[in-house]
Every structure is written in structure tokens, then in C-alpha cells.
Design a protein around this ligand. Structure first.
Ligand code: ATP
Ligand code: PH2
Length: 161
């Protein structure tokens, strides 16, 4: 088994219900267990003008290899009506694979750690709740340290799980 962390985001439709149901969908997949889920946060959008997001993170224990996991995450995005339109545009559900043990992995379709995670308060704030001591392997810094180095003013707690 490996540990993996995913980021969840939604800013279209009934976002809270979509996020919670997407976690439920993950639990139905053999070989995936959810170990921890962060609070949900309301976050100012990065990218083109669009509604605020709800964001959170989950720690998983997985038997799947990273590429298999990405395929499963993308299938759940589609199940919840994800449509790929403009870059960084609004979406019903976004599931990103952030970290997978201490792996650094680079292919055209999958980069781990997620290449933009260290700049994103909407990722690091919920992540610091569940895995503060995890070392992001590119920077060599703990999540609890990385979150102190960015502006988190656009991220406010919406509800706990
Ligand atoms: N760690 C990763 N997690 C999820 N997708 C990834 C990852 N690394 C690369 N990708 C690739 O990124 C592609 C685009 O994903 P997506 O449309 O969700 O991007 P986005 O969420 O709009 O932007 P961003 O990647 O900046 O969060 C996916 O098809 C996938 O192949
Ligand atoms: N606040 C916020 N902004 C975003 C988000 C997101 O999840 N939250 N996702 C994006 C594309 O991955 C682009 N911008």
C-alpha cells in the first residue's frame, strides 16, 4: 500500500454535495481507503472570473500505481459532470493527485508532486490540516512550512467534515 494525497475542488452546481459524494465514490473502489479528510474551505478563484470554490484535501491509502489512480480520479470527475472548457475555468469537480509517498514522477500526462501545489493556498491550507509533516519532495520542505510562505487571505474555512 502507498499513501497518496488528493486535492478536491468545485465551483459549479451543489459543490458541497458533489465533493462529499465524490469521496463516497472513492470509497467504493477496491484498493482505495480514505484515511483523513480536511475541512472544506471557501476560496477565491485563481484564473478567469468565476464563482468562489470549495476546496479540500484527502489522504488515501492505495494499492494502485499513480497512473491507475489518475485514471480513476478522472472517471469520477466525469461521473460528476466535469466538462473541460477554458484553462482554469469553472468546474463541477476537480480531483488532482498531489503527492504519492516520496515519489517524483514526470510524464506528459502526470506530474507528481502536482507542479503548482506549492504556490496554491487553496491546496496548502487544507493539506496542512491533514499532513503537516509530509515533505514535498521537490522543495524538500514540509507542508506546514510551505503554507507559511504564501498569501492565504483568499481561503476561509467553510465547514468541517
Ligand atoms: N498530478 C496531477 N493530477 C492531476 N492531473 C494531472 C497531474 N499531472 C498532470 N496532470 C494532467 O493535467 C491535465 C489537465 O488537468 P485539469 O484539466 O484538471 O487541469 P486544471 O485542474 O484545469 O489545472 P491545474 O493542473 O493547474 O490544476 C490532466 O489531463 C492530466 O493528464
Ligand atoms: N480557488 C481556486 N481556484 C482555482 C482552482 C481551485 O480549485 N480553487 N482550480 C483551478 C484549476 O485547477 C484554477 N483555480
Amino acid at each position: 500500500m502507498a499513501n497518496a494525497v488528493i486535492a478536491l475542488g468545485s465551483n459549479l452546481g451543489e459543490s458541497l454535495r458533489i465533493l462529499q459524494n465524490s469521496l463516497q465514490s472513492l470509497t467504493l473502489i477496491p484498493g482505495i481507503e480514505i484515511e483523513a479528510v480536511s475541512s472544506w474551505y471557501q476560496t477565491k478563484p485563481i484564473g478567469p472570473p468565476q464563482p468562489d470554490y470549495l476546496n479540500g484535501c484527502a489522504l488515501l491509502s492505495v494499492q494502485q500505481h499513480p497512473e491507475e489512480l489518475l485514471v480513476l480520479l478522472q472517471a469520477i470527475e466525469l461521473q460528476f459532470g466535469r466538462v473541460r472548457n477554458e484553462k482554469w475555468g469553472a468546474r463541477t469537480l476537480d480531483l488532482d493527485l498531489l503527492l504519492y509517498d516520496e515519489l517524483i514522477f514526470n510524464t506528459p500526462s502526470l506530474q507528481i508532486p502536482h507542479p503548482r501545489m506549492t504556490q496554491r493556498a487553496f491546496v496548502l491550507v487544507p493539506l496542512a490540516e491533514i499532513v503537516p509533516d509530509w515533505i514535498e519532495p521537490r522543495s524538500g520542505k514540509a507542508i506546514a512550512n510551505l503554507v507559511t510562505q504564501i498569501d492565504c487571505s483568499g481561503v476561509t474555512k467553510y465547514c468541517i467534515n
